[in-house]
Design a protein around this ligand. Structure first.
Ligand SMILES: Cc1ncc(COP(=O)(O)O)c(C=O)c1O
Length: 420
C-alpha cells in the first residue's frame, strides 16, 4: 500500500476514531477522503459541495496542482530547518506579505491562537519598553518582576462576541463566556466591550490600557461585521492615546472578505494584524505582521516557535498568494454578492439577515436551530457551518465555481424550505 492510500470504510474510520481519539469535536456523521475544486468525497464516493473549506482554510480548493507541486518540490529540497538559520521560502513569504499590506515585518507561527498570543505579547512589550519605569534601586525587569503592576499599561480591550483562540490567554481575550467554562483562572489584563458602541469603549479607556484587539468581521461569534465608522473611530482613539490597534485577521484574512486583508477595505492602519487559516492553502501556518512602529518591539530571545514559517508551509503560502491576485479577489466579492442575492430571492420568511463580506457569510435564522439545518444539508451533500447562536456560516474555497455554488445553494434552499 502506498502511504496516503486509504484502506478503511467510513464506518471503520468512525468506530476507531470514537475509541482512540479524544471526542472534543461535535463531528458530523461524515468521513472525507479526497477533494477536487470545491467538492469533497467520502471513501464510498458520496459527493459533498464544500461551503466550509476546513473552516476557512482551503482557500484555493482541493487538488490544486500548482500548489501541490510547490509543496512537493520544497519537501524534497528541505522540509524543515530551525529558525536559527535563514531560508528562502520564509523570507520570500515575508516579503510578499509586507508588500501586499504596506506593513513592515512578519513573525511566523503555526496557527491562529499562537499568532494572537504573539501579537498580545508584542503589545505588552511595546508598553513595557515605553512606559515601565524602574524603582530607584533595581533594573526595569527586576522591578517589573517584583511588582507586576509596575507596567502601568498592560490591559487589552477586546469585544463581546469575539473569538481569538483556545489557549488560556486567547480565551481570556475571547469575549464569549461559553468558551470560558471550566478553565479558570485566566491570564489577567483583558476587558470586553460591546462592539459598535464607541461610548462603551471610551468608558473603558482607563490609563492601564495598552491595546485594542478586534476582528473586523466576528466569525465564530456569528459573522458580525464591525461598522465602518466604528472601526475608524477605534483607529483614531488608538492613535490619539498611543494604544496599539491589533486586528485578528485569522478568519477574515487571505482574501476571505474580498481584499487580501479585511482592514484594507476599512481604510484604517492597524499596528499589528494576525493571520492563519487560509494562508498556506491547507498547511498549518500563522503569524502576525507589524507596522514600522511595532517592527522592532520583539527582539532576539523574546519570542520564538519551532515550526513557525516551516519551509513547506511557506512554499504553499507563496503559491496561495500568487493565485489570489487582484482579479481573483474581485471575484470573491462578486461571488459573495451572488450568494446574498440568491438567498434573498428565495423569500424564506425565517431567514433574518444575510451578513458578512466576500465569501465569509452568515445567514441568521429566526426560531430555527442552525445545526439542524446544517445536518440536513450534510445529509444531502453540502458541508456548511454554523456560527454564534443563530447563524449558518459559509466559508467556501475562494476559487469555487458558479456551478458548484449553484449546486450547493440548491441543497441549502431545499433544506431551508424543509423539502429534504
Ligand atoms: C478570528 C479567529 N482568531 C483565532 C482563531 C484560532 O485559530 P486556530 O484554531 O488556528 O488556533 C480562530 C479560529 O477559528 C479565529 O476564527
Amino acid at each position: 500500500m502506498l502511504n496516503g492510500e486509504n484502506t478503511m470504510t467510513s464506518n471503520e474510520i468512525k468506530t476507531l476514531d470514537q475509541q482512540k481519539v479524544m471526542q472534543t469535536y461535535a463531528r458530523f456523521d461524515v468521513v472525507i477522503e479526497r477533494g477536487e475544486g470545491a467538492t469533497v468525497y467520502s471513501p464510498e464516493g458520496k459527493e459533498y459541495i464544500d461551503f466550509s473549506s476546513g473552516i476557512g482554510v482551503n482557500s484555493i480548493g482541493y487538488g490544486n496542482k500548482k500548489w501541490a507541486d510547490a509543496i512537493y518540490k520544497q519537501a524534497m529540497k528541505l522540509q524543515h530547518i530551525s529558525n536559527l538559520y535563514y531560508s528562502e521560502p520564509y523570507t520570500k513569504l515575508a516579503e510578499t506579505l509586507t508588500k501586499r499590506t504596506g506593513m513592515k515585518n512578519v513573525f511566523f507561527s503555526n496557527a491562529g491562537a499562537d499568532a494572537n498570543e504573539g501579537m498580545i505579547k508584542l503589545a505588552r512589550k511595546y508598553s513595557f519598553d515605553k512606559y515601565c519605569t524602574p524603582d530607584s534601586s533595581s533594573s526595569v525587569i527586576a522591578s517589573a518582576r517584583s511588582n507586576p503592576d509596575s507596567n502601568p499599561r498592560s490591559t487589552i480591550i477586546s469585544l463581546v462576541q469575539s473569538f481569538h483562540g483556545r489557549t488560556i490567554t486567547t480565551l481570556a481575550a475571547t469575549g464569549q463566556e461559553t468558551f470560558h467554562n471550566y478553565f479558570f483562572p485566566f491570564t489577567e489584563g483583558f476587558k470586553h466591550v460591546v462592539a459598535n458602541d464607541i461610548e462603551a469603549l471610551k468608558k473603558e479607556l482607563t490609563n492601564d490600557v495598552c491595546a485594542i484587539l478586534v476582528e473586523l468581521v466576528q466569525g465564530e461569534g456569528g459573522v458580525l461585521p464591525l461598522c465602518l465608522d466604528y472601526a475608524k473611530e477605534v483607529s483614531k482613539l488608538c492613535k490619539e492615546n498611543d494604544l496599539l490597534l491589533l486586528i485578528d485577521e485569522v478568519q477574515t484574512g487571505v482574501g476571505r472578505t474580498g481584499t487580501l486583508f479585511a482592514f484594507q477595505q476599512y481604510g484604517i492602519d492597524p499596528d499589528v494584524i494576525s493571520f492563519a487559516k487560509g494562508i498556506a492553502g491547507g498547511l498549518p501556518l500563522g503569524g502576525f505582521i507589524a507596522n514600522e512602529k511595532c517592527s522592532k518591539v520583539l527582539t532576539a530571545g523574546t519570542h520564538a516557535t519551532t515550526f513557525g514559517g516551516n519551509p513547506v508551509a511557506a512554499a504553499g503560502a507563496i503559491e496561495v498568494l500568487e493565485q489570489l491576485d487582484i482579479e481573483t479577489l474581485k471575484e470573491v466579492t462578486k461571488k459573495g454578492e451572488y450568494i446574498k442575492e440568491t438567498v434573498k430571492s428565495w423569500g424564506i420568511d425565517y431567514i433574518g439577515e444575510i451578513r458578512g463580506k466576500g465569501l465569509m457569510l452568515g445567514i441568521s435564522l429566526i426560531d430555527a436551530v442552525p445545526r439542524e439545518i446544517a445536518q440536513k444539508c450534510v445529509d444531502n451533500g453540502l458541508l456548511i457551518l454554523t456560527a454564534g447562536a443563530d447563524a449558518l456560516r459559509m466559508l467556501p474555497p475562494l476559487t469555487i465555481t458558479y456551478e458548484e455554488l449553484d449546486k450547493g445553494l440548491k441543497i441549502l434552499m431545499n433544506a431551508l424550505e424543509g423539502k429534504e
